[in-house]
Design a binder for this molecule. Sequence first.
Ligand code: ADP
Length: 668
Amino acid sequence: MTDKDAATISYRLLLIDDDEVDIMTFERALKKTDLKYSLDICNDAAETLSAIERNTYDCIFLDYQLPGVDGLQLLMKMRVLNVNTPVAVMTSQGDEKIAVEMIKNGAFDYFNKYDINPDKISKVVITAIRLWDSERQRALAEKKIVENNNRLNAILESTRNLIYAFDKKLNLISFNSSFKENIEHLLKINELVKIDVNLEDLPLGEVRKKSLISNIEHCLKGEQFTVLEQVSFSNTDTELPWYETTFNPIFNSVGEVTGVAIYSQDVTENKKFEHELLQAKNDAIAAAQTKSEFLSNMSHEIRTPMNAIIGLTGLLLEEKFEGTTLENIKSIKYSADNLLVIINDILDFSKIEAGKVTFEKIDFDLRLRMTELRKTFEHRTQEKGLAFVIEIEDRIPAVIKGDPYRLNQILFNLVGNAIKFTSEGFIKVSVKIVDNTNGNISLEFDVRDSGIGIPESQQSKIFESFTQANTDTTRKYGGTGLGLAITKNLIQLQGGDIKIKSKVGEGTSFIATIPFNTSNVTSLDNTKDQESELADLSSLVILLVEDNIMNQFVAKQFFKKWNNELVIANHGAEAITILRERDDIDLVLMDLQMPEMSGFQAAEIIRAENSVVKNSDVPIIALSADAFLETRRRVLDAGMNDYVTKPFKPEELYQKIVKYTQKESQLS
Ligand code: ADP
């Protein structure tokens, strides 16, 4: 408080005096000061006690001599009543001793009544106010410290975690009850943890003590850090608990480290949980892996007999059967084809789940692909009496770059579904450009039908795996509910998307947008494939490397039809032996997975630099059980020329044989 403040604030003053002359003198002197004030006057002890009970004064002037009571007694009464207002004692001549006694008992000043003048009174009031102020501030600060302490204590006590602190000499300076209880419980000793006990005197195990001391010493350098450790409190602990402990330096007001505060949390349960979670995750990954491998192996195993069934029924269909026999053979073929689709779906799905799908980026003729699509489904649409329309926007270039096999798979699935779920009307496939910039060309394939439609509530679900729109779908139409999940994945993995528009009873439209690249090639030569239909294979010698007797049998049936010589090897090693002896083999058909020596190994030996075989350039076509890019790459990497997927389509195999043997004869 400044003197200026003192002049502007109004003070509440109390004069305790019974002498009228003294009172008048006091009042006159007070009036002449610069102070703003209000003054109460009490003539005796009773009046005084009632006034101080009702009012709070900034300064009290107390005459020592009052009727019936002396000033000292009154002062002490005030203090008992907790009235701490500064009191100045007014004495008469010769009362100095008494004045000293009063000051000892809490009065802050005294002056002689004959000294009353404006200047004196001003000074006393201002000194009183200053005293009062600092007294009030001290009391306030004290209160704040107590409150703060209570708050901090409440925080310390609000946790089950351990909080404690040591000074530089490793004396315990603070701790919460969790710490005390925990340590005393662990060590089975009471009243051990108390302020000022030295860390060295705490009967913790030597290892624990050493690690604590080393961490505290490190922290005393001013660095905060956290350690995760298994803590042994005594040497007899069996299962050690895990603690996460933070060491925090304590700084004084000038920034020096005076101690270390430690916060320690028992994380044994979390650790256990973390461990269990990790275990569960690893188990889940292993299970998924096993499932994926199992599906892949199963599909592979099922394909081999399928190869025989489809191949042989195909051959039977070319014989002259009639009536029920022909119908039965057709049914076998139809069921086998369906079964193959399901197996392929499962294989694809497991590959997608395992993130193993890759995409080709090759030039292809979209219109040719669409012609193949028409050829594949024409028969089925005709059988059901459905119109089948394919519309391709003229602006679409003859050649684009992308994965034609995946495009086939997507469209075959959508068109297959459209036919399956439509009993009258039409199927229409339209292709148009939606974007053509900077070498990217996005095409929209709209596959529409006039079939049963899909209820709105089911439209978002049908893309989920194993989901069908209606519960009776399986009974009526069959299917696994995997087709659309695979289709959507194959589209999205290429950066495209698929949408659906459908109305129950009116039809469905699947709109797939797939990004491709434009190509520098303006046309592809497709003529060879057509020419090959006329080619004669009868003069060729073909080596079939295949371990499965059934597959050997099926192949023999086809080759019998094509009139050429077929040499058979049961595995890679046998093939090498034959090729070392004979130079008249025109082409090798190589199965991939065989005992003794795989197709990959055999091909590598044939193509090796100083090859042991007579003709190391002999064309090799792989017979692969899956159509995945990964396998195709490995086939080409091993030096083979091409691949045909099993069960092979006779026309495809035929055309490939022609392609490589004609090229061969042109070269020689
Ligand atoms: P599914 O093998 O059962 O055909 P999909 O994933 O291909 O499996 O299709 C899932 C479901 O979506 C089908 O069972 C059918 O209920 C519905 N669905 C798909 N395409 C059509 C369509 N063109 N018309 C009507 N419903 C369809």
